[in-house]
Structure formats: structure tokens, C-alpha cells
Write a protein that binds this ligand. Sequence first.
Ligand code: 3Y8
Ligand code: NAP
Length: 242
Amino acid sequence: MGGTTEASALARSLAAQGVAAVFSYAGRTDHPVAQPLPTRIGGFGGVAGLCDYIRAEAISHIIDATHPFAAQMSRNAVEASLACGVQLLALERAPWQAAPADDWTHVPDMAGAVAALPDAPDRVFLAIGKQSLDAFAAKPQHHYLLRLVDPPGALPLPDAHAIIARGPFDVAGDTALLRAHGIRHIIAKNAGGSGAAAKILAARALGLHVVMIDRPVLPPRQVVGTAGAVMAWLGHSADRGV
Ligand code: 3Y8
Ligand code: NAP
């Protein structure tokens, strides 16, 4: 189950080793990145639907390589692996850590992120995608710079500028973007990994305030941090090309 930079790297290793694998997207975006594996797109239909899929496709191993904020999918995967008796391994990147000079405010959720913004009108970079924008309608006084994967419909924010871009992003580009838009606050999920880290490093370079949303708590499961560890767990070596 993919949708992250690390999942795409794992897909390349699995394809290179000729492992019988299927890549799964939720179908959140209009044109997801093509993968070197057979790909399915869309929800499974809850835990029951996932169990039906596992049985119908004779799935022997589930790799949950979804984003740390894809909590519902990860919870369903744990439940389905127990219910269907298939092995589950999570591929998860470590959370970002603040450097000594960073100006971070840690918050537990989106509501906490809204509360962490000042009341006086300011300029905010919302790098949280499309699904969580509504919460910020509570503070319409700010200018919001949004970065979205697909063009949005009507936005719930009166003073917003949307940039349509798909990561992974780079530090030079994000530094120029934040400077050009006079951004002073960044709202970010603690996604970890490299694909979304550029804005955090750019904020460090520019001395900007970062509101860091901590990850949702997930049920216990076996976790590794690299595609190589997943391949070893599956009994394959990651580096042997075909
Ligand atoms: C559909 C697949 C790869 C995967 C790339 C990573 C990196 C770029 C950075 C910013 C933050 C954000 C968002 C982000 C990043 C990677 C990775 C990552 C953040 C794609 C993808 C899918 C999605 C879904 C999308 C969400 C949104 C979140 C944008 C593909 C490109 C903000 C998360 O429009 C929507 O509804 C978008 C929804 C979930 C968060 C949200 O709540 O809006 N990702 N992102 C996956 C599916 O259908 O199963 O379309 O190609 C994947 C990637 N997005 O192959 O290299 O590994 O994290 N994705 C966040 O971290 O805050 C952007 O702008 O700095
Ligand atoms: P979520 O809230 O945890 O999951 C909601 C439902 O979406 C799941 O119950 C499942 O539907 C379906 N789903 C989620 N991921 C799926 C997958 N990989 N394959 C098939 N169905 C999936 O998920 P989300 O936060 O919206 O994330 C959706 C996708 O975007 C995931 O692939 C994730 O890796 C990627 N992504 C998310 C974020 C983020 O910030 N949340 C960032 C980057 C990438 P059913 O119950 O019907 O099975």
C-alpha cells in the first residue's frame, strides 16, 4: 500500500527482483505516478473489503508503506492481517526533528495548528494538501499560500493562492517560494522522509516559524525504515539487479 516516496522506491526493488506484488493507491489524485508493478486504485471497502481482496488475490504479505498520516488505512491493515492471518510489515520514515535554532511549535492535530497561528493577519504556507483546508476557515484573516496536487474547486479561504505541484520538492525551490510570497508561518505534518522535507529545511534557512503537526498514534505493528529491510523481510536482497 503506497503513496509515498519510500513506497515508490520499494516498488522499484520489488520489480527489479521480479517479486509478485501489486501496488495500491487510494485514488486521492487525478494522475498518480505510474509504478513498475501492477497497480490497483481505490479503497478496499474497510477491513472486510481488504480481507476479501487478500483472499481473492491469495496475498501472502502486506507491506504498509502509506504516509504516517494515512492512519485509517494503517489501522485497517493491522486488523485485516490479524483477521486473515497474513503477515504485515510497515515501511515508515522517521519523524523530522527540530534543529537547535529552529522555531517549531508542536501541535497534536489540525485544530491545534489553527490555534497556533496568530490573530493579527499574517502570511501562512499551508503544506498539508487539500483534505484539511476547512479547519483554517476559522482564521480567514491570513493570506494562505497553498500547495496542492490537483487544481482545487472552491477554496474555504477568502485570501488564498494555490500552487499546483507534486513533490518530491527541493530546498532551493521551497526557499525561493517562501521568500517570494513573504511567508512567515509554515503548517506541516510531521511526514518525515525526504519528499516533503524541503519546506522544513527552507524554513530553517529563512528563520521562519513552523507549526509541526505530530503524527496520529497507530496500533502496534512491525516497522522497518528502508526498502532494503522490507526486501530482506520478504527473503530477497534489495540490491541484486536481474
Ligand atoms: C495519492 C501519489 C512518490 C510519492 C510522493 C512523500 C512525498 C511527494 C510531499 C508539501 C507537502 C502532502 C500531500 C505530500 C507529499 C510525496 C509523495 C507526498 C504532501 C502523492 C500521491 C498521492 C498523494 C495524496 C496526497 C494527499 C495530501 C498529501 C499532498 C501520486 C503525490 C500535503 C502530505 O489532493 C488531495 O486530496 C491530496 C491528498 C493525501 C494530504 C491531504 O490531506 O491533502 N498526499 N500524494 C496517493 C493515493 O491515491 O493513494 O498522485 O503520485 C504522493 C506523495 N505525496 O511516488 O514519490 O513520500 O511524503 N502529499 C504531507 O506530507 O503533508 C505535500 O506540499 O510540501
Ligand atoms: P486514510 O485516511 O488513512 O484512509 C482512508 C481510506 O482510504 C482507507 O480506509 C482506504 O479505504 C483508503 N486508502 C487509503 N490509502 C489507500 C491505499 N494506499 N490503497 C487503497 N486504499 C487506500 O488515507 P489518506 O490519509 O487519505 O491517504 C490516502 C493515500 O494518500 C495513501 O496512499 C497515502 O499513503 C497517501 N498519502 C497521504 C498523505 C496524507 O497526508 N494523509 C500524504 C502523502 C500521501 P477503504 O477503507 O475503503 O479500504
